[in-house]
Design a binder for this molecule. Structure first.
Ligand SMILES: [Zn+2]
Length: 490
């Protein structure tokens, strides 16, 4: 069924909400990813891959087009309208090259345009519905799809969007307990109090957390357990490729769309806030014909660089001027980094942008946020890699210098693309029609809300259910106003 002149298959595991530093191959103390660790030993692991445009829609938009946020104009989770027609997705490029293309778990999103076939699986649930085998649900779609693709006469491009590290974290047994042996409802523990006091998210969190939970460490252990569970299910996919003799002629990429905040930065078990726990994602590539085994690459790179890398590995020329560049010169040691400093954006729960260098992170709020955070944040990533100490006030010169560099980049990209910075073009980016930019953190806090797991699902599938979300939000508003929250001291 295969022959030597056929183009290589490409399998991309675009794992949602997977932060790099919770994989054991990225140095995590818990053994969360033994199978991915072994996979990494057979290929190249990139230690410094960043999701510059969080979260989902904008990140996949960059990953699947080789472009940045200026070219895609996709900067918000709730992006209105399609991806620009002028931008081609990898699925569209590969279809022109004769590939069959299948996408599992990412239908109805502007950034997943162009596949021949879309398959969905159940990745949302609640405490009442019980443990949620997301990765096995995915395999039930992916393995038969793989069989069909292998039986065909075309090379294939298969994208698998795993959702296990995305809330709700409900890994099946024994993964619930693999990293936690305490009493998650211990009345002496009050670590969940700030989490459950955060009104915008508490109803959603309560819909899938154990009733009476007091220990945040249990929730973090569910995130880690979900990764370990998914890791075992991913091995099924690797085994399927191997047992059919096509693993080595398939380019396999494992990437995260963005990371996840656990108990950090008051952002609580979600993926907002342009801190490194959300920006730093894993990237592992395996293709023994062209990539060495066991190599670790330290150079900085971003989502936009993945597509040119995959095309170079597959020896496909397009004539498209991608914003990203192939990572193979980094693998060969010819270049240390592509861009060691870069523009970062978020336009989903907060509207912020910033500039990250190897030494500093600047975050500027474009409007007040629902965490009552300061408008300017500066972190010294060398002395404070966890970004716990905002040093903006002590370093006005650094803030000024980084702002100049960021604005110069924005001006350059606007000139190169002839398009505006999309972060300024997202009226009602938060999904509340007619509200416009927030004028205070209190207004943002009182307006933003996720109801429960099924409403959260609808937020992600906004194209299908925008009307329902708006209706739910309208119902929530009067309640929110009557429970006004006192401004929290930061
Ligand atoms: Zn995502």
């Amino acid at each position: 069924m295969t022959h030597p002149i056929r183009k290589p298959n490409i399998v991309l595991l675009g794992i949602d909400s997977l932060r790099a530093d919770h994989l054991s191959s990225y140095g995590y103390l818990r053994l969360t990813s033994p199978h991915l660790d072994r996979f990494a030993q057979q290929g190249v692991l990139f230690e410094n891959t960043f999701s510059a445009h969080i979260p989902t829609t904008s990140a996949y938009g960059s990953m699947l087009t080789g472009m940045d946020v200026f070219s895609t104009q996709v900067v918000a989770l709730r992006h209105k309208g399609p991806l620009r027609e002028e931008v081609k997705t990898l699925a569209e490029i590969l279809r022109e090259q004769g590939y069959a293309t299948v996408c599992v778990g990412f239908s109805g999103n502007p950034s997943s345009r162009g596949f021949d076939e879309y398959l969905d699986y159940t990745a949302w649930g609640s405490w009442d519905e019980g443990r949620l085998p997301k990765a096995e649900n995915l395999n039930e779609q992916a393995i038969p799809a793989l069989e069909r693709l292998l039986a065909g006469d075309k090379p294939f491009f298969l994208v698998l969007r795993h959702m296990d590290p995305h809330a709700p974290y409900l890994p099946p047994t024994p993964y619930e307990r693999i990293f936690y042996h305490g009493n998650e409802c211990d009345p002496a523990n009050n670590s969940m109090q700030p989490v459950l006091a955060f009104k915008p998210f508490r109803d959603f969190l309560a819909s899938w957390l154990p009733p009476g939970i007091t220990d945040q460490a249990y929730v973090t252990a569910q995130y880690d357990g979900a990764i370990a569970y998914m890791d075992a299910a991913i091995q099924t996919i690797f085994t399927a490729l191997e047992s059919r003799g096509v693993l080595d002629e398939t380019i396999v990429a494992v990437n995260g769309d963005h990371g996840e905040t656990l108990y950090e930065h008051d952002c609580f078990f979600d993926h907002h806030g342009v801190y490194d726990n959300v920006l730093h994602v894993p990237l592992i590539l395996r293709y023994p014909a062209k990539l060495p085994a066991g190599k670790r690459v330290a150079g900085f790179n971003q989502h936009k660089d993945l597509l040119p890398t995959l095309l170079e590995l597959a020896e496909i020329e397009t004539g498209i001027a991608f914003d990203g560049r192939s990572l193979l010169p980094l693998v060969r040691g010819e270049i240390a980094s592509h861009e060691s400093e870069f523009y970062i954006t978020e336009c989903t729960w907060m509207r912020k942008h910033g500039w990250r260098t190897p030494h500093w992170k600047l975050i500027l709020a474009l409007e007040p946020d629902f965490h009552f955070k300061p408008a300017v944040e500066l972190y010294n990533l060398v002395e404070d890699p966890a970004e716990n100490h905002n040093v903006a006030e002590e370093n006005p010169d650094v803030v000024a210098a980084l702002t100049v560099r960021m604005q110069a980049w924005i001006a350059r990209r606007e000139a190169e693309t002839g398009l505006p910075n999309p972060i300024h073009q997202q009226g009602d980016w938060h999904g509340h029609e007619g509200v416009g930019p927030f004028t205070s953190s209190q207004q943002a806090y009182d307006t933003l809300h996720i109801g429960n797991a099924s409403q959260a699902k609808r937020l992600q599938e906004k194209l299908k259910a925008e009307a329902e979300v708006a209706a739910a939000a309208a119902e929530e508003k009067p309640k929110a106003k009557s429970r006004a929250r006192r401004k929290k001291k930061k």
